[in-house]
Design a protein around this ligand. Structure first.
Ligand code: FNR
Length: 347
């Protein structure tokens, strides 16, 4: 068992057994404006949408979580079954462990076996991209026959985890090279600290096809790494950075000004949050933690969770008079409180 692989198992276990969320993604400050005369049939509302040229069943995206340890295989199998059943896009977790040790591929390849038609997104850290180049990106995509690759950025986690990489130099160039040469769409994805307008412009300038906000206010790597910390110093560091990051709703308003497709992930907890994210400019709303718990339980628990999100999304669409996701993108919102104050400080 490699260090990367056992870390994957630790993360799943911590996320299931302990409180790993921190802060506020800002969706409580966002209200969709109620339409008292929606003049549409709720049961005829279309939740289907498109992303990077692909038709999807709904804007719910199964965010990157796991793979790379044998114990993660069943979770990925269930998530993939849900992706196939509801025609949802799905990201796998970082494939680094399986790229380092191909015997671990099974926990990733199961995803394509269970979801032969789904839009799948490969996943690799930007540090691994910089250090191993386009070849690792190609292997990651081929491993699951993916339609796109997410390159995740996680400086906060790298800074506070015991085995973290502290040198982020050369990452933008590595990203630019990948976007220039790769034949698949590249998505740049944060993992809980959000993306600013300035960073989004750099990412788009490098040639990325889409951005996954990965904003603050949901699963917190400061919290997870604090729980994993092997020294009081690192535990204190995690504690201090519990409130670091750009809340998802704020990040969304920053990134939407730069144009291009957006996945909003980080602290979305209901179908109403997905609707709010779409109204604020997201193409898809990603969820990790809310799907992980039912995915550890059973297929039925996971399907029930997905259906609950869809039911809530549909009601929110009805009450805003949105017959389609395209209509929902024009739904009006009220933005109050800290979220409003932060947006007023956007550049
Ligand atoms: C993640 N996330 C993640 N992201 C990524 O790009 N590569 C990865 O390997 C992982 N691994 C991972 C494991 C677990 C157990 C969780 C819960 C999450 C981050 C994830 O995709 C998402 O951006 C954040 O979790 C925020 O969304 P939620 O959890 O607040 O809905």
């Amino acid at each position: 068992e490699t260090a990367t692989s056992s870390r994957k198992r630790d993360h799943l276990q911590i996320c299931c057994e302990q409180p790993v969320e921190a802060g506020d993604a800002g969706f409580g400050d966002v209200r969709l404006v109620h339409n008292a005369l929606p003049e549409c049939d709720m049961d005829a509302i279309e939740t289907k949408t498109r992303f990077l040229g692909r038709a999807l069943g709904s804007p719910l995206f199964i965010a990157a979580m796991t793979g790379g340890h044998p114990d993660t295989l069943e979770v990925n199998r269930r998530l993939a079954r849900a992706a196939e059943r509801y025609n949802l896009g799905m990201g796998v977790g970082s494939q680094r462990a399986a790229l380092e040790k191909p015997e671990l591929e099974g926990s990733f390849t199961v995803v394509r076996e269970e979801a032969p038609h789904a839009f799948l997104c490969a996943n690799l850290g930007i540090i691994q991209l910089r250090d191993h180049g386009i070849e690792w990106a190609e292997r990651a995509v081929e491993m699951i026959d993916a339609q796109a690759i997410a390159i995740h950025v996680n400086s906060l986690q790298e800074a506070i985890q015991p085995e973290g990489d502290h040198n982020a130099e050369g990452c933008i160039e590595a990203l630019r090279n990948l976007c220039n040469e790769f034949s698949y769409p590249v998505i740049v994805k944060e993992t809980g600290s959000g993306i600013s307008a300035g960073t989004a412009r750099i990412i788009r300038g490098a040639g990325a096809s889409a951005i996954d906000i990965g904003g603050y206010g949901g699963t917190s790597w400061a919290k997870i790494e604090r729980l994993r910390a092997n020294s009081p110093e690192l535990a204190d560091l995690g504690e201090t950075f519990l409130s670091w990051g750009i809340p998802t709703a704020v990040s969304l308003c920053e990134v939407r000004t730069t144009g291009g497709p957006i996945i909003a992930t980080g602290g979305l907890r209901t179908g109403v949050d997905i609707a709010k994210a779409v109204a604020l400019g997201a193409d898809l709303g990603g969820m990790a933690l809310p799907l992980l718990k039912p995915a550890m339980e059973s297929d039925d628990a996971l399907f029930a969770a997905v259906e609950a999100m869809h039911r809530e999304l549909r009601v929110a669409m009805f009450l805003t008079g949105s017959r389609s996701v395209a209509d929902l993108r024009h739904a009006r919102t009220y933005i109050t409180g800290l979220t409003r104050q932060m947006i007023e400080n956007s550049d």
